[in-house]
Ligand binder design. Structure first.
Ligand SMILES: [Zn+2]
Ligand SMILES: [Zn+2]
Length: 135
């Protein structure tokens, strides 16, 4: 079952197959700056289950909490970050709302809630972790 999505202007496109490894809200400060909101809704797909199908992205590389590189992929025209390559885990965390259809989307946990802004309303229906869960 192939699912597709992309950026706001439609130039950057991607496809995924199979089921997501996980899906979560991330309240870290980097995600707040990237989204302009209190969190990133990331849907995780392994390298093998993800491919770009549209225009070439631009990338911005930062160090994740692990100290390893995180490559943010964003559209050179509209600027939307469609995903980030989490090199330490060999997966992409995909911008949840960038999928064309959202039937498979259901956040399973909230992470880095200790970094959430004080105006955030944390979800009460899923587990909350102050940083990254160890397991
Ligand atoms: Zn775009
Ligand atoms: Zn984050």
């Amino acid at each position: 079952m192939v699912k597709a999505g992309g950026c706001q202007c439609g130039k950057v496109r991607y496809e995924v197959t199979g089921e997501p490894m996980n899906q979560m809200f991330c309240y870290c400060s980097d995600c707040q700056k990237r989204t302009g909101g209190d969190k990133w809704f990331g849907v995780w797909y392994s390298y093998d289950n993800f491919k770009f199908t549209g225009a070439e992205t631009k990338t911005f590389t930062r160090k994740g909490s692990s100290g390893e590189d995180v490559h943010n992929h964003y559209c050179p025209d509209c600027g939307v970050t469609v995903c980030a390559d989490i090199t330490i885990g060999k997966f992409f965390t995909i911008n949840g709302p960038s999928f064309d259809t959202g039937d498979h989307l259901a956040p399973k946990m909230a992470i880095f809630t200790a970094s959430a802004p004080k105006w955030a309303v944390l979800p009460s229906n899923i587990p909350n972790f102050e940083t990254f869960p160890s397991s």
